[in-house]
Structure formats: C-alpha cells, structure tokens
Design a protein around this ligand. Structure first.
Ligand code: PEP
Ligand code: MN
Length: 347
C-alpha cells in the first residue's frame, strides 16, 4: 500500500496515520522525495482502504500488489516527466535523445561531438569517464579531469551531461558536473550505489542488468525512489542470451511491459543492445515504435578511432539520419496512438 501524505501534515496527524497502519499489521517506511511524501506499507491482510483514507493529512491511499511499489504504475495517473532544466525534459511529448561517445577521450573529441549534437538540436550528451571494462588492461576512462573539461564545453552550449557512476565514492565529486547519473548494466544491482543515489537530487538512469529481469530493474529503481529520489528513468540495453550473432539481445518486449508496469520514462539503448553499427538505426527505431520515451546511443566523429565501443558507434552522418527518422517516427506513433488508442476496442 502507498499512502500519499500531505507534506504539511502535523506530527500528531502523521502519528495517527502510522498507528492506523500498525493496527492492520502493516509495516510502514517513510519516503520523502522532491515531489512528495509517502508511507510505503507492506503487509498481507486485506483491509478497508477507507480506514486510512479518511484520516487527516492523507492525500490518497493506493493498493499496490507489485513487489515494487513507488515505481509502479498502479498508483499514479499518467507518466512521470523529468525536468532537467533549461527546457530539457525526459518523458512527455517529445522524444528524449541522448548521444555521444562511449568514452570521453579529450578536448577535440568533446568539441566535435558537442558541435554535432548542437546542430541536431540534441540537448543531452552521453559519455563515460569511469568505464566498466571487462579487462583491467583496457582503457579505463579519463576520470574527473575528462568530466570537468567536458562540463565546461557542454555548459557553454546548453547541453546536459549523462555519465556513468561506478562507485559510491564518485557520486559527490561528479555532482557539480553532471545532470544525469547513469547506473550501468554491471552495477544495476549494486544496492549500495542505488541507495546512495536515492539521497541525491539529480536525475538517475538505471540500465537493465546483463541478465536482469524486468522485475529486477524495477526493484533497482525502487531502491532509488524509496531513498528519496524520484527523478528516475529506466533503460533497456539488451540482455545476454545464447545468441552469439550480436553483442546483446535488445529486449523490445521490455519496452511496452515497462510502460505498463511503471510510470517512469523508458529509454532504449540500441548501441549496446545490438553492438553492431550498421543495425543500430533499425533497432533504435524499433525501440521508438515499441513506445520508448527516448534513445541513448553512441556517436563519434571517427568511430573507427574511438577508444571504446567503436564497432557499435555511429558517425555524424549516421547519427543525423537516425535522429531525423526517430523524431519523425515518434511523432507518427504518438499521432497514431491518439487516433487508435491501445486501450480502446478497435472499431
Ligand atoms: C555505456 O553506456 O558505455 C556502457 C558501458 O553501458 P552498459 O552499462 O549498458 O554496458
Ligand atoms: Mn559503450
């Protein structure tokens, strides 16, 4: 059960609400986020929702039977939108586009990519400065120096930054230089990291783990939300299957399912999803058609020379074509959905 509490409720009102929850043998956890105050109550008994709903200080009560609660669609009308400031939004009526190299390499590369994104009206640049590499001998990222340099150039152009945070100790140092913390596939169930990101007032994108289920991803998001941060988005980036013909199996099925199960924006990563440059566009468009709120993909001036993931990175011409098609397709899908809504019987 989720009890939405008036943030201005008095201490005695709050005590009365908690007592009523205890009386039906439910255990409540207090969650205060940027947008609301919730009591998430876990219990087994059936109860009359009015026994809590009528109490002073209660805004609303919702029964949520899912294992995850606050990220569930069951208690919220409509979908969540994340405002990154300066008119940049994720979720809602515009396709969110985030693009950039796998790794930040240096000033020339940063400027080249930023110039490309600016020319295409893309407002969020991706790039790793702390890289989770399978081999300890591979390039590990330019770290905070790379991030600071990148931030300086991006800020001047009004472009927001998303970058992967690999450990709790990097959350603080990165804070002033990024707009979205990315939790990578390998850290999707790093609960210490997720819990800490719940205490931060910055957006978080959580990637699905390599062998993570949809429910695992939602539970990971629940960690962040219940820690106090509801500026969250989910990312489908492919899972590991027996198939060897491509890097990962982008699970298109996850997109409509996540949209049904959760109110959070869903972002599709076709680059890691298939891992093969010449197919990134088609797979990205499939993600948009499946109902994704946005795309995150890799782009570099010369993919062949990229320091990591060049094999799945688009050049600027390919990126431009994808951006154009993805925007058109998104508008078309939304218009079609308006004409023939999914939740209505076809005439
Ligand atoms: C990345 O975004 O470059 C990355 C390492 O992604 P993932 O965590 O999905 O592998
Ligand atoms: Mn990459």
């Amino acid at each position: 059960m989720i009890v939405q509490v008036d943030p201005k409720a008095t201490v005695s009102q709050l005590d009365a609400i908690k007592d009523a929850i205890k009386a039906i043998d439910y255990k409540a956890t207090e969650v205060r986020t940027q947008r609301g105050f919730y009591l998430v109550a876990i219990g087994k008994k059936d109860f009359d929702i009015r026994s809590i709903g009528h109490l002073e200080g209660v805004l609303d009560v919702h029964r949520v039977s899912d294992a995850y609660k606050l990220v569930s669609k069951k208690w919220k009308v409509g979908y969540s939108e994340i405002d990154l400031g300066d008119g940049v939004k994720v979720g809602g009526d515009e396709l969110a586009l985030m693009a950039g190299p796998c790794s930040i390499e240096g000033e020339e590369q940063i400027v080249q990519v930023l110039t490309h994104l600016k020319s295409q009206g893309v407002r969020v640049m991706r790039g790793g400065v702390f890289k989770p590499r399978t081999s300890p001998y591979s390039f590990q990222g330019t770290g905070m120096d790379g991030l600071k340099l990148w931030h300086q150039h991006a800020k001047a152009l009004g472009i927001k930054i998303i970058s992967e945070v690999m450990s709790v100790q990097d959350i603080g140092p990165m804070y002033d230089y990024i707009d979205i913390y990315q939790v990578g596939a390998r850290n999707s169930q790093n609960f210490d990291l997720l819990r800490e990101l719940g205490h931060v007032d910055k957006a978080v994108l959580i990637k699905r783990g390599m062998s993570g289920t949809i429910e695992d991803l939602l539970q990971s998001a629940e960690y962040v939300f219940s820690g106090g941060n509801e500026r969250l988005m989910l990312c489908e980036r492919g899972i590991r299957t027996y198939e060897q013909a491509y890097r990962n199996t982008l699970d298109i099925n996850a997109v409509p399912l996540l949209k049904e199960k959760s109110h959070l924006p869903v972002i599709v990563d076709p680059s890691h999803g298939i891992g093969i440059r010449r197919f990134v566009e088609q797979v990205a468009l499939a993600g948009v058609a499946a109902g994704g709120d946005g795309l995150i993909f890799e782009v570099h001036a010369v993919p062949e020379k990229a320091w990591s993931d060049g094999q799945q990175t688009l050049n600027f011409a390919e990126s431009k074509r994808l951006i154009h098609k993805a925007r058109r397709l998104f508008s078309f899908c939304r218009a079609l959905e308006g004409e023939f809504p999914l939740d209505e019987e076809p005439a």
